[in-house]
Design a protein around this ligand. Structure first.
Ligand SMILES: C[S@@+](CC[C@H](N)C(=O)[O-])C[C@H]1O[C@@H](n2cnc3c(N)ncnc32)[C@H](O)[C@@H]1O
Length: 381
């Protein structure tokens, strides 16, 4: 595989998204310049807002197929040289976290898990095959694909999860959510706990909980079947399938959960009869109008449904409260990751609509001192 192929992959990727991207021509220009010195003539036809259509894709692909691999064969392709070159390119193209990006890509190409081990290998030569793979991933990074999707995995607390676009990439903030859950669970002693996770994505929260504590039973649901497939695969890879009930299911506006598929058992499950000691969720909570201002890594590559909290950002939080008021056991807890601007609104919703059922218990801050997590308790019936 060479850069031409990488280029085609990127073009096809963009085509499949059928969008126009302001930043795209920058990386296309760079790519085309590498491919052929006459490229700028072709590029004049396109403005920064040009929509990518299939004719253009064909043109790009035809154009790129006559070009050469740009890597300078006379350069010594040591890990240090290659990383330095790509870090400079990333900086020039305003790619976020340029150093970490090339470190993760290089580590994945040479098959090491600890970034710190890269230092020992600085003078090693990359093979031609490794170099080509690295170039492909770096070109994709130039197209703003998150590094987590490029290397196909990411660490979350003490587990490594397989990741695939567009399933939500677990964030470090969510590790604190899991810590809060585990602390609360200590109050239950060694008693087994029944837990529901709403919107499991790649399985970060539910699998991390299962990894950390024995005798849990976690029901994890997600509206997106691709997310359920990924959680199932991660559970299998981590040997955490025991204790997990995985469902492709939707929490509706009415506070009901409709199950489409049970991934763990063929036995019918009466979901409406289930009761939980904990309900946990990192729901989509970004107000719709804010999504457009997110960095391309997020708004282009991640599933919008995993981010979009509707006009007020509370689209899913409102039915979660409703469901929790019914499905939590007495003294059970709902623990949510939220947008820092929503804390007061959620407190008000609980006090106004769920008096005698739910009680707003605590709010906790994230790494940046923003209100990020809330705990809501089910009062004795
Ligand atoms: C922000 S992501 C969180 C993923 C994962 N828990 C994490 O923290 O990495 C939100 C998840 O909620 C799911 N989701 C959105 N609306 C839903 C609904 N109505 N019912 C169930 N899941 C939903 C999305 O598919 C997405 O996987």
């Amino acid at each position: 595989m060479n850069l031409n192929l990488c280029f085609k992959i990127r073009v096809i990727f963009y085509e499949s998204n059928m969008r126009s991207f302001q930043y795209l021509p920058v990386s296309f220009k760079r790519c085309l310049k590498l491919l052929t010195p006459n490229s700028t003539r072709t590029l004049k036809k396109f403005s920064d807002n040009t929509e990518i259509n299939s004719d253009m894709v064909q043109e790009f692909v035809k154009f790129s197929s006559s070009a050469n691999n740009p890597s300078d064969k006379h350069d010594k392709q040591t890990i240090a040289n290659v990383m330095k070159r790509w870090q400079e390119i990333f900086i020039k193209e305003n790619i976020a976290e340029p150093k970490e990006s090339i470190q993760h890509i290089t580590a994945s190409i040479i098959g090491i898990t600890k970034l710190s081990d890269l230092a020992k290998l600085q003078n090693e030569q990359l093979s031609e095959e490794q170099l080509q793979k690295l170039e492909i991933l770096c070109e994709c990074r130039l197209s703003r694909m998150p590094v987590q999707y490029l290397i196909g995995q990411w660490d979350f607390r003490d587990i490594t999860l397989k990741l695939e676009p567009p399933i939500f990439i677990p964030r470090p903030e969510t590790e604190i959510l899991v810590e809060l859950m585990l602390k609360r669970m200590n109050d239950f002693g060694n008693k087994s706990c029944e837990i529901l996770e709403i919107g499991c994505g790649s399985g970060a929260i539910c699998l991390s909980l299962l990894q950390s504590r024995k005798n849990l039973r976690v029901v994890a649901i997600d509206i997106n079947p691709h997310a359920c497939d990924l959680t199932k695969e991660n559970a299998k890879n981590l040997n955490l399938e025991m204790g997990l009930i995985l469902l492709n299911a939707k929490l509706n506006e009415t506070g009901n959960i409709s199950v489409k598929k049970n991934y763990t058992s063929s036995q019918p499950l009466k979901f409406e009869q289930l009761r939980f000691d904990f309900i946990v969720s990192n729901p989509p909570y970004i107000p719709t109008q804010r999504i457009f201002s997110l960095q391309p890594e997020v708004r282009v590559y991640e599933d919008i449904k995993a981010l979009n909290g509707g006009n007020d950002g509370l689209r899913l939080i409102k039915p979660i409260l409703l469901y929790a008021s019914v499905a939590l056991n007495d003294d059970g807890f709902l623990i949510l990751e939220i947008d820092s601007s929503h804390c007061e609104q959620i407190k008000m919703l609980v006090e106004e609509n769920y008096a005698g059922k739910l009680q707003f218990e605590s709010v906790y801050k994230d790494f940046n001192e923003n209100d990020r997590y809330v705990e809501i308790k089910r009062i004795h019936r």
